[in-house]
Write a protein that binds this ligand. Structure first.
Ligand code: PLP
Length: 423
């Protein structure tokens, strides 16, 4: 099946007389007839549902769809993108371990790696996403367990050279984890370029309507955990908290996701509600249609802004002059995403006047939703910084982040045009 068809049909196939729409199994628990039947589930010897924190049929159907869209072996849904990235790392790292990550990643993930995981004894070295393989290699230590990056970085819009990162990761015998939130599997499937694990904030394009906060982890099943002795001992040696199960022996290509479910979800519990998974599934059904429109609208908006006298610069990988144009042509031939950033010549004051003159676009911290949304980092996400500090952080005072929606392009351009007159 093509991805458009998978978005509609994967994960849930109704049998005769069953509902065509994915049912919401809004139940915490599931009933069994004998003590032994349920005991088998606790031992992971039989497959089935007993408690929604571990598994739920609605959630599983959506996880299976996302695994299929990415071309993976298995997936786990979480209650947020933050939880997905935390679990993806913590599933194979413990105190004393080390991670290498691209420096341009989303601020929340940067903080998770630089501050919160550090408190748990997991250290991180950040590398420039555009660095040479040798420079990235130099960041590795004997205790490094993974390499982490984003396909399209939020908000820097840096496009990842996935093959370069995968090669370095594999030379150091660690998996490459790629957060594929902005590209979505419609525009890029990182496994096809060598990534081993993919994560998502499903809050963004996958949902598309700004209805639910959620996350996903997908494992390609390609990384051979058993090959490196006791390096990934949590997967390759008996789990005493699960009756001595060895995940790689029992679950093969599904070992990583099964361990994340049976250990991390059991103990930390960041499960999405079945109702949220139902909403996410509705979003997934139209993902390819929406991505096509997001990308074509964003291309026209980027070209319009690029030619505008009040605009100093535009970041968008679809513009031939953009630093990441060549990488986008290779990894994102159908388009990158709908997010653009641009700098107004008039600086901070012009940016505020522009924002306040918009009528249709929503001022919101959200991105990657059907409605056009706009944010002024200097007034919002980076508000505590003065102009000098902003420049040091690579955020110009006049920078605007624009998440182009799927409205008619003429209406988006008319709104921008009016606001730019006042900028
Ligand atoms: N990853 C990326 C690329 C993001 O942009 C975000 C949020 O903006 C996250 C992860 C975190 O996701 P969530 O907000 O769903 O926790």
């Amino acid at each position: 099946m093509n991805i458009e068809t998978k978005c509609l049909h994967s994960g849930y196939t109704p049998k005769k007389g069953e509902p065509c729409a994915l049912p919401i199994y809004q139940s915490t628990t599931f009933k069994y007839d004998t003590t032994d039947e349920m005991g088998q589930l606790f031992d992971l010897k039989a497959e089935g549902y007993f408690y929604t924190r571990l598994q739920n049929p609605t959630n599983d159907a959506v996880a299976a769809k996302i695994a299929d869209l990415e071309g993976g072996a298995a997936a786990l849904l979480t209650s947020s993108g933050q939880a997905a990235n935390f679990y993806a790392v913590f599933n194979i790292c413990e105190a004393g371990d080390h991670v290498v990550a691209a420096s341009t990643i989303y601020g929340g993930t940067f903080n998770l790696l630089a501050v919160t995981l550090e408190k748990l004894g997991i250290s991180c070295t950040f590398v420039d996403t555009d660095a040479s393989p040798e420079e990235i290699s130099a960041a590795f230590q004997p205790n490094t367990k993974l390499l982490f990056a984003e396909t399209i970085a939020n908000p820097a819009l840096v496009v990842l050279d996935i093959e370069k990162f995968a090669k370095v990761a594999h030379e150091h015998e660690v998996p490459l984890i790629v957060d594929n939130t902005f590209a979505t599997p419609v525009n890029c499937r990182p496994f096809e370029w060598g990534a081993d694990i993919v994560t998502h904030s499903t809050t963004k394009y996958m949902d598309g309507h700004g209805l639910q906060v959620g996350g996903a982890i997908v494992d390609s099943g390609n990384f051979d955990w058993s090959r490196y002795g006791s390096k990934y001992h949590g997967l390759t040696e008996p789990d005493e908290s699960y009756h001595g199960i060895i995940y790689t022996e029992r679950f093969g290509k599904k070992a990583y996701i099964t361990k994340a479910t049976s250990q991390l979800m059991r103990d930390l519990g960041s499960i999405p509600s079945p109702n949220n998974c139902f909403l996410l599934n509705i979003g997934l059904e139209t993902l390819p249609l929406r991505m096509e429109r997001h990308c074509s609208n964003a291309q026209k908006v980027a070209e319009y802004l690029n030619d505008h006298e009040k605009v100093a610069s535009v970041n968008f990988a679809g513009l031939p002059g953009d630093k990441y144009y060549a990488l986008a042509q290779k990894y994102l031939p159908k388009g990158s995403c709908g997010v653009i950033s641009f700098e107004l010549k008039g600086g901070r004051e012009a940016a505020v006047r522009f924002m306040d003159s918009l009528e249709m676009a929503n001022i919101a911290t959200h991105v990657a939703a059907s409605k056009t949304m706009v944010l002024h980092p200097a007034s919002h996400t980076h508000r505590q910084m003065n102009d000098e500090q902003l420049r040091a952080a690579g955020v110009a005072p006049g920078l605007i982040r624009l998440s182009v929606g799927i409205e008619h392009i003429d209406d988006i351009l008319a709104d921008l045009e009016k606001a730019l007159k006042n900028a």
